[in-house]
Design a binder for this molecule. Structure first.
Ligand SMILES: CC(=O)N[C@H]1[C@@H](OP(=O)(O)OP(=O)(O)OC[C@H]2O[C@@H](n3ccc(=O)[nH]c3=O)[C@H](O)[C@@H]2O)O[C@H](CO)[C@@H](O)[C@@H]1O[C@H](C)C(=O)N[C@@H](C)C(=O)N[C@@H](CCC(=O)O)C(=O)O
Ligand SMILES: Nc1ncnc2c1ncn2[C@@H]1O[C@H](COP(=O)(O)OP(=O)(O)OP(=O)(O)O)[C@@H](O)[C@H]1O
Length: 465
């Protein structure tokens, strides 16, 4: 097998994308220079789809947006200087959205690979070079308006990820009387089990990355994290249009907007596409460029991780089914035998965030052990508190949330004798100002969110203390 030299690649090419309503299968094609075509395949259940012209146009526009966003998995393998879009044109707004997603969403990738992408990513604006498309299906140039679709009754397509956050949203929407379908991308049995446990209608979208990407990885391609929530969001937007849902709902909390502070580098956010900047811009783009009445929002945006954990602790229906441990979700290789590995940052954080709000035997039943009484795990919890380390590159809450949770446990008879809680009280707490370990402000909802008024009014009371 010959080596792949990312530095020798000149161009990343967005070739074309297509959707077959008879089978529900979509194909997204990409290539480097004159290399082989890399095709990502999506399978949308429910075919055959009988779409009127307006809806078919919206699906086509959403598919192109997906093509452009999903390209990030392939582009990152070489990050060449030139980007070409060959089958259709894009306008300035679309180029700006893409530049933001690629620059920020690949922030961790760039940092870990020791490269800088700022100012180096240029999406070409204007008509495509190779193939013209019928007017009614071409992306609007210059931000012209897109039509409203003839509306079915309001219905939410809710992303489910197998962890606590989406389950909190699903139960909150159920309590608010919102009609919903739970949807997920990929073949995770754990997510399927959680989805079944909701008792709600489900939609599982198949996704296969091009095997050529994995081959390039083996041959020396650049590799690292990509903004997967942006890709999943675009996939669910296509699915919503195909299946008559007018809302796409994610469960990204306020804390996701804050990254890790790296000395000498600044803020690097592993979960950038879960943050408010992405949500706001993507939602606006869907309305202006895909379908004027397709709503995209995160139901948990006003809340901190601790507020969400407190809400999750009020529900015990999923204790034997859910997991937030990302080791369950690898595409390649083995998945762990146990739902919680117990040693990764997400296991550490979720254990710490739930502990103040859940009876101890219940939490130990979920994890099968007490992570806060394992002295060898001290470094992991220190990083969460931003003590002697930066916040890990993972989907974990802010440092002040971890400190506030530990502070509560230090005052709790059930937890204060555990090794890592004792260590916090003895060693870390004396170095903190009260404002660095307080809880109250963290439980207040914030105003930055895109939740429709009617839904928000019904939800707010549900999340109270
Ligand atoms: C499961 C996981 O955490 N995977 C991350 C891991 O990848 P790894 O190589 O160990 O295994 P695979 O997931 O099987 O991936 C194989 C290769 O494929 C690439 N790839 C995967 C999905 C995709 O959409 N595009 C891809 O190009 C991947 O890079 C591998 O080369 O380490 C990778 C490098 O750091 C991560 O990129 C993998 O993360 C997945 C994309 C993933 O789905 N992760 C979510 C669990 C996750 O981290 N969610 C974030 C949200 C971040 C956001 O901004 O959206 C979160 O929960 O905070
Ligand atoms: N495979 C997937 N398909 C569709 N959406 C997903 C998938 N995995 C995660 N998501 C969604 O992406 C968002 C971020 O995922 P995240 O892992 O933070 O949430 P979670 O699994 O619900 O909770 P937790 O934070 O406890 O893991 C959530 O809205 C989640 O529903």
């Amino acid at each position: 097998m010959t080596d792949f030299d990312p530095g020798a690649v000149r161009a990343f090419r967005f070739l074309d994308c297509r959707f077959d309503p008879a089978t529900g299968e979509a194909g997204l094609d990409y290539a480097f220079d004159d290399g082989p075509v890399m095709t990502e395949v999506l399978r949308f259940p429910g075919a055959p789809f009988d779409l009127d012209d307006e809806r078919a146009g919206a699906v086509q526009r959403a598919l192109r947006l997906l093509h452009l966003l999903a390209g990030v998995s392939y582009y990152k393998a070489a990050v060449p200087p030139d980007i070409r879009i060959e089958a259709y044109g894009i306008d300035d707004d679309t180029a700006a959205l893409l530049t933001s997603v690629y620059e920020n969403g690949l922030g961790e990738f760039a940092y870990r690979n020791g490269i800088s992408l700022r100012g180096k990513i240029h999406f070409p604006v204007g008509a495509s070079g190779l193939k013209s498309l019928p007017q009614e299906t071409s992306a609007p140039v210059g931000g012209t308006s897109v039509p409203m679709l003839s509306k079915p009754p309001p219905k939410a397509l809710v992303a489910i990820g197998g962890g606590k956050d989406s389950l909190v949203s699903i139960e909150a929407l159920r309590a608010a009387g919102v009609d919903q379908t739970v949807a997920w991308v990929g073949g995770s049995p754990l997510i399927a089990a959680c989805a079944a446990r909701t008792g709600l209608p489900t939609l599982n979208i198949g996704r296969s990355l091009s095997p050529l990407l994995f081959e390039l990885n083996r041959r020396g391609a650049l590799n690292g994290h990509i903004p997967v929530t942006a890709v999943n969001s675009a996939i669910l937007a296509v699915a919503a249009l195909l299946t008559g849902h007018d809302q796409v709902v994610f469960s990204n909390e306020r804390s996701a907007s804050y990254g890790s502070l790296i000395p000498g580098t600044g803020e690097v956010n592993h979960q950038w596409s879960k943050g408010w900047d992405f949500e706001r811009d993507f939602a606006a783009h869907l309305r202006s460029h895909v379908a004027a009445d397709l709503h995209y929002y995160s139901l948990l945006r006003p809340f901190s991780e601790l507020a969400v954990a407190r809400q999750f602790a009020r529900i015990d229906r999923y204790d034997a089914h859910f997991s937030s441990c990302n080791r369950n979700f690898h595409l390649l290789g083995e998945r762990p035998a146990q739902r919680w590995c117990g040693v990764c940052p997400k296991c550490h954080f979720v254990f710490l965030a739930l502990a103040p709000f859940m009876p101890k035997p219940r939490l130990m039943g979920i994890f099968g052990r007490n992570l806060l009484d394992e002295p060898e795990q001290a470094a992991g919890f220190d990083a969460l508190m931003e003590y002697r380390d930066h916040k890990p590159f993972e989907c974990v809450g802010e440092g002040r949330e971890s400190r506030a949770a530990m502070e509560l446990l230090a005052g709790s008879p059930a937890w204060r004798e555990d090794a890592l809680v004792r260590r916090y009280a003895r060693e870390i707490r004396p170095q903190l100002e009260p404002s660095e370990r307080g809880l109250a402000s963290l439980l207040e909802p914030s105003d930055d969110h895109g939740i429709p008024d009617t839904v928000w009014e019904r939800l707010r009371a549900n999340f109270g203390a």
